[in-house]
Design a protein around this ligand. Structure first.
Ligand code: CTP
Ligand code: MN
Ligand code: MN
Ligand code: MN
Length: 371
């Protein structure tokens, strides 16, 4: 991320996460333990410890060395008392009593299973658990349960969409989206973002930003793409959310998990013949296709840079970057803008707009060069 240099945040370990040499198992044990604890608190809707364990896990993920002694982690940020005691226990005995208790807990196991379905969050999972349901067949056999459209697709394509998406599959989907965009507008472009843009080999979905140089056209661009996917017979599920973006309301002072741009959450049918080296699924290969989760977001082009930064992730990195902007630079960063609180809003909006425009141009140029 070139933005890293711009913001001078090389001090922060979470930025250096990807692409580092992977070190030793104990560290992964500890990392997994933290993630289980974070999830346990998420299921219980206790936000503080949940975020603390998430942050601790991501700090460990960033290390280029293996953890052998607790003392070695002394200078690391974000490791609190509880993280340290879990870490110590694992370093000494190779396991954590607390984590093992959670893993064998029926409620945790059930919520984990239920939330693995697309469209099922912790609240719905909890509701089903309270009603005594413990398995997918319990849910599907229960006549009083009404599944919404998203959950129905989640169950229908469960096998496929819980299987990782490979880089080759992401590339194939990139071609499909790119072709759709270009058939609609010759100067439009689709850029790969999310985990694959960070260099990951596998993902749970594939994320793209689609743009057109014509500000105001982006909403219709997205609905046109969806129509094209439908025409091609590869649209298995679509949740489209129209833009609620209002330039005059920038900057937004409250934290927003979601941006206001036009976006859609899709399940697409990916044919084997489009993927070099075949599909990442055994059944899929004999069937000739698999289902894949795809996200598209379509900001106005002058917001492209911020969207690209925001959607590249990881979620933890975005949280850290926003916190850094706020506390170290007195700036507000979200998927829409970077706003300097120390300056008059009119003044500060101008350079940001310039950078943003320049990046939008840059993106279009590099997309064209590729084409
Ligand atoms: N994102 C966002 N607004 C949304 C959805 C996603 O800003 N409405 C951002 C998330 O913060 C994340 C990035 O888009 O940083 C990608 O999200 P996601 O696909 O969930 O995660 P990935 O990092 O791509 O990981 P995975 O491989 O599991 O998909
Ligand atoms: Mn993703
Ligand atoms: Mn994810
Ligand atoms: Mn996504």
């Amino acid at each position: 991320l070139p933005m890293m240099h711009v913001l001078d945040i090389s001090w922060f370990t979470a930025c250096m996460r990807e692409g580092r040499p992977v070190a030793v198992e104990t560290r992964h044990l500890i990392q997994d333990a933290f993630e289980v604890l974070a999830e346990f608190y998420e299921f219980n809707e206790v936000e503080g410890p949940c975020l603390a364990f998430r942050r601790a896990a991501s700090v460990l993920k960033s290390l280029a060395w293996s953890v052998r002694r607790l003392g070695a982690t002394e200078g690391l940020p974000c490791l609190g008392e509880r993280s340290k005691s879990v870490m110590e226990e694992i370093l000494q005995s190779g396991r954590s009593f607390e984590v093992e208790k959670i893993l064998s807990d029926e409620r945790y196991q059930t919520l984990k299973l239920f939330t693995s379905v697309f469209g099922v969050g912790p609240k719905t999972a909890e509701k089903w658990y309270r009603r005594g349901l413990r398995s997918f067949s319990d849910i599907l056999a229960e006549p009083s349960i009404h599944l919404n459209r998203m959950q129905q697709s989640g169950f229908r394509h469960y096998g496929d969409i819980s299987r990782a998406v490979s880089r080759a599959e992401a590339r194939a989907l990139g071609n499909i989206i790119d072709e759709a965009v270009r058939a609609i507008t010759a100067d439009g472009a689709a850029a790969l973002t999310g985990g694959f843009r960070r260099g990951k080999e596998f993902g749970h979905d594939v994320d793209f930003i689609v743009t057109t140089p014509e500000v105001g056209r982006e909403d219709r661009l997205l609905t046109d793409i969806i129509e094209s996917l439908k025409q091609q017979g590869i649209l298995l599920y679509c949740d489209y959310q129209a833009s609620t973006f209002d330039q005059s309301k920038l900057p937004s002072h409250k934290f927003e998990a979601m941006d206001h741009f036009a976006k859609c959450f899709l399940i697409l049918r990916l044919d084997c013949s489009r993927v070099d080296g075949g599909l990442n699924s055994v059944e899929g290969d004999s069937r000739g296709w698999r289902a894949v989760r795809v996200d598209l977001v379509s900001p106005p082009v002058d917001r492209y840079a911020f969207t690209l930064l925001g959607w590249t992730g990881s979620r933890q990195f975005e949280r850290d970057l926003r916190r850094f902007a706020r506390s170290e630079r007195r700036m507000l960063l979200d998927n829409h803008a970077l706003y300097d609180k120390t300056k008059d809003s009119d003044d500060s909006a101008r350079p940001v707009r310039l950078i943003s425009n320049a990046w939008g141009r840059e993106a279009r140029r590099s997309e064209r060069d590729k084409g």
